[in-house]
Design a protein around this ligand. Structure first.
Ligand SMILES: [Cu+2]
Length: 421
C-alpha cells in the first residue's frame, strides 16, 4: 500500500522533474541547439519537450508519470487523453550509447499500465510487456526500469498493457540514443516526430479507443494542422528528421517538398551509406521509426506532410452524399441544424469562409497562409528554409525573389506561346 506521505514525496519529485521539463522551449525559430557536453546535437521535438534527468552515481535517472491530460490538438479541439508528465505525447527521452539509464514510472491513471521500450535491446525483464515481462504497474504505484543503452538510434516508448486503449489515449513518446563516437559530425538540426491517429467524433470530449478504421484526427507530436508549429533550417544546414509511427492502424508516407533526403536509419539500426537512396517520401509503417537526412539547399516554405489525402484532413465525417459539382449552400442551411456532423464536413471549395462547427471540434481543413487559406489539416507542418533566420523571432512567410512566384497568365503571353483559353 502507498502511504499518503510516500505519495506526496513522489508527487513532489514528479513536480520537480515536470517543472524542469516545462522550462525548455518547444521548437521553432532561431539558431541550432548547441552541442551537449557529450558532443551530440540535442533533439528538438516540435510542440513537445525533452525529458530532463539527473545523474546519480553515473546513472541517468528519469521519471515518467502516466496520467490523464487535457490536450489541445489545435485551437478549438481539446480532449481528455492519457499522457506522461502532463503532456500528450510523453516527452522525448534522450541518451548516449553506453549510458546506463534508470527510468521510474509512476502510474496516476485509473488503470494498470506498463512501459515498453520499443526497439531498444533491453534485458527481457525490462521489456515492459504486461503479463509477459513483468506484472502491471497498479494505479498509485511506481516501477523502476534500468538498462544500458547499447545501440544508438531512434526508438520509442509506449504502454504495453491494454495497448488498444492506452495507446489510443496517447501513452507514447520518442526515445533517442546518440552514438558515443559518431562517424560523421552531428547534424545542424535534429527533429523528432511521433505520428499518431485518433478517433474523436465532432463534439466529443474523449478519443474513442474502439475505432478500427475511421480515424479522424491525425497528428504530428500530438498536434493537427493548423496546430503544428513550423520547423526551420538555414540554407546549407544538414537536417535530420526522425519519424516514429505508433498509430493504431495506419502507415504514413511522409513527404517533403522542395528537397530530397536519404533514409539513414530505422529502429533496427543505421543504414550503411551504400544502402541509402534518395527519396522525397518515406513510408513510416506502424510500429517503426524512419530517420531521414538532407542538406537544406532550397530556401522557401515547404510542406512536410503525410501523403494520404485523408490524413491531412481534420475530423472527417462519412456517410454523406458526394457534394462535388452541386451548390450545397441551401442544402447546408436546411439540414445543418439537424445534422451538425455535416457542417463539420464543410463543402467542396470552401476557402476559409466562416465555418460553423459543433462545440469542441475544428474544421476539416485549414490555416491561414500568405496567399489565402491553406487547405490542409491533420498530419501537416511547414519547414521554413531561410538564408538568414531572425533570432528569437518568427521566420514569417517566405519572400519569393522576383520571377519565382506562380501568377495569373496574361492573354498576350498565352497567345504568344500558342495557349488557347
Ligand atoms: Cu498518414
Amino acid at each position: 500500500m502507498t502511504t499518503r506521505r510516500e505519495f506526496l514525496e513522489r508527487s513532489a519529485l514528479a513536480a520537480a522533474f515536470v517543472g524542469l521539463a516545462a522550462a525548455r522551449a518547444p521548437a521553432g525559430d532561431g539558431p541550432p541547439a548547441p552541442l551537449s557536453s557529450d558532443g551530440y546535437r540535442p533533439v528538438v521535438t516540435p510542440d513537445g519537450l525533452t525529458l530532463p534527468f539527473r545523474v546519480v552515481d553515473g546513472v541517468k535517472v528519469f521519471h515518467l508519470v502516466a496520467e490523464p491530460v487535457k490536450h489541445e490538438f489545435a485551437e478549438g479541439l481539446v480532449a481528455e487523453c492519457w499522457g506522461y508528465n502532463g503532456r500528450v505525447h510523453g516527452p522525448t527521452i534522450e541518451g548516449v550509447e553506453g549510458d546506463r539509464v534508470r527510468i521510474y514510472v509512476t502510474n496516476r491513471l485509473p488503470d494498470p499500465t506498463s512501459v515498453h521500450w520499443h526497439g531498444l535491446p533491453v534485458p527481457s525483464g525490462m521489456d515492459g510487456v504486461g503479463g509477459l515481462s513483468q506484472r502491471t504497474i497498479e494505479p498509485g504505484e511506481t516501477f523502476r526500469y534500468e538498462f544500458p543503452l547499447t545501440r544508438p538510434g531512434t526508438f520509442m516508448y509506449h504502454s504495453h498493457h491494454d495497448e488498444m486503449t492506452q495507446m489510443a489515449m496517447g501513452l507514447m513518446g520518442m526515445f533517442v540514443v546518440h552514438p558515443r563516437a559518431p562517424s560523421r559530425p552531428p547534424p545542424d538540426r535534429d527533429y523528432a516526430y511521433m505520428l499518431s491517429e485518433w478517433a474523436i467524433p465532432a463534439g466529443a470530449r474523449r478519443p474513442d479507443p474502439n475505432e478500427m478504421s475511421d480515424f479522424n484526427v491525425l497528428t504530428m507530436n500530438g498536434k493537427a494542422f493548423p496546430g503544428t508549429t513550423p520547423i526551420v533550417a538555414k540554407v546549407g544546414e544538414r537536417v535530420r528528421i526522425r519519424f516514429g509511427n505508433l498509430s493504431a492502424m495506419d502507415h504514413h508516407p511522409m513527404h517533403l517538398h522542395g528537397m530530397s533526403f536519404r533514409i539513414v536509419e530505422t529502429d533496427g539500426g543505421a543504414i550503411p551509406e551504400a544502402g541509402q537512396w534518395p527519396e522525397t517520401t518515406v513510408l513510416v509503417p506502424v510500429g517503426s521509426t524512419r530517420t531521414v537526412e538532407f542538406v537544406a539547399d532550397n530556401p522557401g516554405d515547404w510542406a512536410l506532410h503525410c501523403h494520404m489525402t485523408h490524413h491531412v484532413m481534420n475530423q472527417m465525417g462519412h456517410g454523406i452524399p458526394n457534394l462535388v459539382g452541386i451548390d450545397p449552400s441551401v442544402f447546408d442551411e436546411r439540414v445543418g441544424e439537424l445534422v451538425p456532423e455535416l457542417l463539420a464536413e464543410g463543402q467542396a471549395g470552401m476557402e476559409g469562409e466562416e465555418m460553423h462547427v459543433p462545440p469542441n471540434s475544428i474544421p476539416m481543413l485549414g490555416g491561414a497562409g500568405p496567399f489565402g487559406y491553406i487547405t490542409m489539416g491533420g498530419m501537416f507542418t511547414i519547414l521554413k528554409v531561410r538564408r538568414k533566420l531572425p533570432e528569437g523571432a518568427d521566420a514569417g512567410w517566405y519572400e519569393n525573389p522576383p520571377g519565382t512566384l506562380a501568377r495569373a497568365a496574361e492573354p498576350e503571353e498565352m497567345r504568344a506561346d500558342g495557349i488557347g483559353g
